[in-house]
Design a protein around this ligand. Structure first.
Ligand SMILES: [Zn+2]
Length: 219
């Protein structure tokens, strides 16, 4: 009898144990997960400062840089005026940084003994005829420019870093300059310029021819 009651008791205990282990109690976590930590003083400060971050970004954007560059050109004609003096193709290249198709420009294969290539927009002398060399690239190529006539900007378009060259006087886009290509020139630089950005002036050529004629007459 005692044994029987004991047996019943142990049976009941094991039954309860089985119930407990299979019941909803087992699915209840023994300890509650810790509550999410309150935002720290640092993260609250970061959240408060978030709205100012886009403003900071704009200070370093390329458009902000370009704007400050524009202000440094002596010729400050507005775009509306450039549109009036340049034809649409010239405007697209000079003022909108376009590129003419290779092997199509007027000066690609133009070589002269003397003379100067001027900016088609403002007529500033940019390159001397003696700076030009045959690169075979499809655009006029110069190994150097008239001192100070050309300004360089970093150009990150087309997924690469290039050096853009513009007219120092009016900011008109000329093309790009490439270095270290191995051309047998004094600088190992190639100013790759759109013909449409240029206007050849034979003034120097005429003067040189006159000098030559006078020298011949004296001889
Ligand atoms: Zn110019």
């Amino acid at each position: 009898m005692r044994f029987s009651r004991f047996s019943t008791l142990t049976h009941s205990l094991s039954a309860f144990s089985a119930f407990a282990s299979n019941s909803i109690f087992r699915r209840l976590p023994l300890t509650l997960p810790p509550p999410p930590p309150p935002p720290s003083a640092t993260s609250r400060a970061v959240l408060r400062s978030m709205p100012s971050i886009p403003f900071l970004g704009s200070l370093f954007s390329s458009s902000a840089t370009a704007k400050s560059d524009d202000m440094s050109f002596p010729d400050q004609r507005p775009e509306s005026e450039w549109q009036a003096v340049l034809n649409p193709q010239q405007f697209r290249v000079l003022r909108q940084k376009g590129t003419e198709a290779p092997f199509t420009g007027a000066y690609d294969k133009h070589f002269a003994e003397a003379g100067v290539y001027r900016c088609v927009g403002c007529e500033a002398p940019l390159y001397k005829a003696t700076h030009k060399f045959k690169s075979g690239c499809g655009w006029p190529a110069y190994f150097d420019s008239v001192p100070g006539a050309v300004k360089r900007n970093v150009d990150n378009t087309l997924g690469m870093e290039r050096t853009e060259i513009v007219c120092s006087n009016c900011g008109g886009h000329l093309g790009h300059v490439f270095k270290g290509e191995g051309y047998a020139t004094p600088t190992d630089e190639r100013h790759c310029v759109n013909s449409i950005s240029l206007k050849f002036s034979a003034d120097d050529e005429a003067a040189a021819a006159k000098d030559a004629a006078e020298a011949k007459a004296k001889a």
